[in-house]
Design a protein around this ligand. Sequence first.
Ligand SMILES: [Zn+2]
Length: 111
Amino acid sequence: MHCRYCGKEMDDDAKVCRYCGRAVAESRPVRQDDDVNTCAVLSVLFAFLLPFAGIVFGAVGLHSAKKTGGNGRRLAFVGLIPSITIFVLMMTRILGIAVIAPAIKGGVSAS
Ligand SMILES: [Zn+2]
């Protein structure tokens, strides 16, 4: 294919023209960028409200970021990391209560 700025011959899969240095990759649809960012933003929001949803949105955001070439990937991580941390903490607490509560009950009834 030919560079649309300088018209020189270039590799079909090249993203930047090596003669004029301009980015010749097809412009990404703005709509898709918004979708990626929406997922990433939702991930950040839900990280503290509903960590499981945060993980889901973060994963979707990351997946879409991969397809569109990295848009919103950092933001998805920003949502994904606290989501997973809080989710794990919550699970440990729930599991902890599930394990400790019967033990306390057993101890009380035994004494
Ligand atoms: Zn060029």
